[in-house]
Design a protein around this ligand. Sequence first.
Ligand code: PRP
Ligand code: MN
Ligand code: MG
Length: 181
Amino acid sequence: AEEVQSDITRVLVTEEQIQAKLDEIAAQVTADYDGKELLLVGVLKGAVMVMADFARALPTHMTMDWMAVSSYGTGTRSSGVVQIRKDLDTDLHGKHVLIVEDIIDSGLTLSWLLTNFASRGAASVEVFALFRKPDAAKVEVDCRYIGFDIPNEFVVGYGLDYAEKYRNLRDVAILAPHVYS
Ligand code: PRP
Ligand code: MN
Ligand code: MG
């Protein structure tokens, strides 16, 4: 198979920087949720890598669940209209929910999810997004924990895909234009 690395212009955030940030945020979350029952909700598929590493950076008990959503839209542009492809298995009543996302781009996915979760009776709902593109925001998302603010470039790796590929890259990197132009 063809090497992933040849499609990369440059690395934006290294695997080491990601792991250090996850340790830092895990320490904050551990302090903030002291004595509370924490449920991590990962958003498939992009959040798979951050969920796996973040959950293992936590020294505390937690439970884990997943949602799969897809946004209706033309091509690569998200419309903000979201469909649930796989719902939670967990009843959120009384739970302290921390949604784990790889990236906030336009903010439409998380904005919709937060509205959806608001009616499910959780004790609290907060967001941890490893990356955020401030210049791409269409709606503001109230996000408690942010890993890195990054420029509005086409980034892939560590769960982030282009046409479902590059999720397995260990670093987060800028995709070379020859791939999509
Ligand atoms: C990506 C990413 C976020 C969302 C962010 O998911 O993983 O979930 O887009 O974009 P937004 O802020 O503009 O809504 P995608 O819909 O590509 O699905 P995936 O996680 O399976 O890649
Ligand atoms: Mn996603
Ligand atoms: Mg995607």
